[in-house]
Design a protein around this ligand. Structure first.
Ligand code: AMP
Ligand code: ZN
Length: 474
């Protein structure tokens, strides 16, 4: 099936043609582990997962690399300000290495809870310092670098004619790095640090020796060094959040293409932001954000958040609201109930291959067409309603839908059924019987109190026409 993707480089939706038949090299910029991932970050990781699942369903052999940024980026794009990792360590009263490990583990818990397929490789920036030094050395040999005393080795963007091409900028006019503060020692405002020197009067927790002295790599080198090492000099897809295109990705291109030739990467994909009601980007650095735990504490299943994300398109900003999440929760639970009913419907049918292929194609085409997940979810609803499709075919299609979207519809439906079938322990049944008595005696206060007790013990009482039913809460 044809895969079509919006390529930030060409600003067009293009037919996807891999560099090597049947194979895809995919690099996605990973988390900076100085704090919890917020649900905006997670939106982006969900979108990458959908891209990967869609390619796999189209029979591509995907090698996915996602880095873990555990070395400090400076809080400003101008290569100045505080080091994010050192700042996070001071906030948590731990070492930089400890917080890197802690927040990586926390991130991976969310990653797994969202049922995202683990990348083929998850390199840590601190494990690839030598490769980053080698990259800077190559750029130095090619004449792209200069030194700013007591600061670092910088990249001279005026030496790279295509600088800023990803976002349509150039050194004059609409500058790719225009938001970068002016540093008077730089030759050009868009120049960026390749290697920063450690301050003479300060011992940093993370620093390494290099041909230029003790210091640490600039924040754009890791993605180039690690992707080239693990995916080869050229690869198919590079992804990031929308904030990364203008500075980080333009700088990655400027560092790579003089070494490997253009184009370094064929397709660039950028996920738009999750914003709040007033349109503000959810951001880690200002410290005010919602993480997955905040949602869990309010009783939301991470899968509900994922469902909400997939109801939007990755190129459109998504405004988060609790009402939106509640609506997604109802929609998600409704699908689960309907799938559970399908499991119940024993109509002795077999999978109808023609009908299966038809729906498979419809749903996969939507996601293959620039990741139209919302359209695919409309088809999912239509499939559930379609009386002409038997339950065996529907269930087989749900196996495919779960592979493609990773929403665990079948697993959750089975869990719901198991909960419905679980027999309540005697003490809960006793409470339920007492409640029936209380209701007969019209003692509503006691009946309510008993319902609360049952609820707190993890069971729900559902009054049906055949009497009260006890269902284990999921
Ligand atoms: P970080 O952990 O800050 O390095 O960010 C990890 C990824 O999340 C990057 O690709 C960012 O572009 C992306 N990102 C950051 N904030 C948001 C947001 N509010 N919505 C969507 N993606 C985001
Ligand atoms: Zn990156």
């Amino acid at each position: 099936m044809t895969v079509r993707l919006f390529n930030t480089m060409s600003r067009k939706i293009e037919d996807f043609q891999p560099l090597a038949a049947g194979k895809v090299g995919f690099y996605s910029c990973g988390p900076t582990v100085y704090h919890y991932a917020h649900i905006g970050n997670l939106r982006y990781f969900i979108q990458n997962d959908i891209l990967k699942r869609m390619l796999i369903e189209n029979d591509y052999d995907v090698t996915h690399v996602m880095n873990i940024t555990d070395v400090g980026h400076l809080t400003s794009d101008a290569d100045s300000g505080e080091d994010k990792m050192e700042k996070g360590a001071a906030r948590d009263n731990k070492s930089v290495w400890e917080i890197a490990r802690f927040y990586t583990d926390e991130f991976l818990k969310d990653f797994d809870d969202l049922n995202l397929v683990r990348p083929t490789f998850m390199p840590k920036a601190t494990d690839y310092i030598q490769e980053q030094i080698d990259l800077v050395k190559k750029l130095e040999e090619l004449g792209y670098t200069y030194t700013i005393e007591e600061d670092g080795i910088y990249y001279d963007t005026s030496k790279f004619p295509g600088y800023g091409k990803l976002t349509g900028g150039s050194l004059s006019g609409n500058r790719a790095g225009a938001r970068v503060e002016f540093n008077s020692s730089k030759r050009n405002p868009t120049d960026f640090a390749l290697w920063k020197f450690s301050p003479k009067d300060e011992k940093r927790q993370m620093e390494w020796d290099s041909p230029w002295g003790i210091g640490f790599p600039g924040w754009h080198t890791e993605c180039c060094a690690m992707s080239m090492k693990l995916l080869g000099n050229h690869f198919d897809i590079h992804a990031g959040g929308e904030d990364l295109s203008r500075v980080h990705h333009n700088n990655e291109i400027a560092q790579s293409e003089p070494i490997v030739g253009a184009p370094w990467v064929k397709y660039w994909l950028h996920t738009s932001f999750l914003v709040d009601k007033s349109g503000e980007k959810m951001s880690k650095s200002n410290g005010e954000f919602l993480n997955m735990d905040a949602l869990r504490k309010r009783g939301y299943d991470p899968m509900v958040y994922k469902y909400m994300v997939l109801l939007s398109h990755f190129q459109a900003q998504l405004a988060f609201s609790w009402e939106g999440l509640d609506a997604a929760s109802n929609g998600y639970k409704n699908i689960i109930k309907k799938v559970a009913a399908l499991i119940d419907a024993d109509d002795n049918t077999n999978v109808d291959k023609t009908i299966y292929d038809d729906w498979h194609k419809k749903i996969l085409s939507s996601v293959s067409d620039n990741l139209k997940t919302a359209e695919a979810l409309v088809y999912v609803q239509e499939l559930l309603k379609d009386q002409s499709v038997n339950s065996a075919t529907k269930l087989a299609l749900f196996e495919f839908i779960d592979r493609l979207l990773g929403l665990q519809f079948l697993a959750r439906a089975k869990k719901l059924k198991a909960a419905e079938e679980e027999v309540a322990p005697q003490e809960i049944q006793k409470l339920a019987n007492k409640r029936i008595e209380a209701k007969k005696e019209k003692n509503w206060a006691l009946a309510d109190e008993l319902r609360n007790q049952i609820d707190q013990a993890g069971w729900s009482v559902i009054d049906t026409k055949d009497g009260a039913k006890l269902v284990k809460k999921s």
